[in-house]
Design a protein around this ligand. Structure first.
Ligand SMILES: [Zn+2]
Length: 267
């Protein structure tokens, strides 16, 4: 193996496999990693698509549960007010009945003293009735408001329910659309990973997760396409001469992937 002390050549066993002359000879290590990255990017994109839909459904389910509880509280409040309204209406009716009865009696009273007592009783009943009427009017106003609130909650619940239903359908469709692709990618990934030594795979995965899903960066015109920095010419020469070895970008630490045909096509 060409021994270089170039600082950006990956140290240790990352480059060892090619020396052993193992079966995988069609692709260089970096080509396998570039392919692995294409698979991983597809997996990542599809997984995020499903997860974001799932998150949206969960969020809607949570608000629906909360809104339902609020709607129930509003309904209970309305029921309690309605019970009170009926109770008051009965009281008002009872007083009206009593007043009617007293009015009938008044016509039969002969004696002044009894008349005075009966008239005072009527005054008291009138006061009581007027207090109850005022209370009833107030209560009816509150019942009206509470009814409106319950209606608003119900309208909100129905909108939210429809939204949840359409999100759940979208999730189902997304799962159906990308599910097969995910299984396929996973199988392809297992296959590719089998040809990459453990330490190199770990390094690749670490960079992939820390560098926004881009671990293998193309080199074009002597520039790293991961971070757009110019590579030192000496490193670029080494990459061109040692296609079987793995080199890291000195500024972003990504694994560098140079292919002459792509470099030319780009110009
Ligand atoms: Zn870079």
């Amino acid at each position: 193996m060409f021994e270089s002390h170039w600082a950006h050549r990956v140290p240790g066993d990352l480059n060892r496999e090619s020396e052993k002359g193992e079966s995988r000879t069609l692709a260089t290590k970096i080509e396998v990693l570039a392919e692995l990255q294409r698979v991983d990017q597809s997996l990542r994109e599809n997984t995020i698509a499903v997860q974001s839909r799932e998150a949206r459904v969960t969020e809607l389910e949570k608000s629906l549960t909360e809104r339902r509880a609020e709607a129930n509280t509003a309904r209970e409040g309305l029921n309690a007010l309605t019970v009170r309204q009926r109770d008051l209406e009965e009281k008002v009716a009872a007083i009206e009945h009593k007043m009617k009865d007293r009015r009938m009696r008044l016509t039969r009273i002969r004696n002044d003293k009894e008349l005075g007592v009966a008239k005072r009783e009527m005054e008291i009943l009138k006061d009581e009735s007027s207090t109850l009427e005022t209370e009833l009017l107030e209560l009816m106003q509150r019942v009206e408001e509470a009814t409106k609130r319950v209606q608003d909650f119900e309208a909100g619940l129905s909108t939210l329910g429809a939204e949840l239903e359409s999100e759940a359908t979208a999730l189902k469709e997304t799962r159906k659309r990308v599910g097969g692709q995910i299984v396929q990618d996973q199988a392809r990934r297992d296959d590719l990973v089998g040809g990459v030594e453990e330490s190199l795979r770990r390094r690749y995965e670490m960079i992939f997760s820390r560098r926004g899903g881009l671990a293998v960066a193309a080199v074009r015109d002597g520039t790293c396409r991961g971070c757009h920095m110019n590579l030192p010419p000496q490193l670029f020469n080494q990459i061109q001469r040692n296609v079987d070895e793995i080199f890291l970008c000195p500024s972003c630490q990504r694994l560098l992937y140079w292919r002459p045909e792509e470099d030319d096509a780009d110009e």
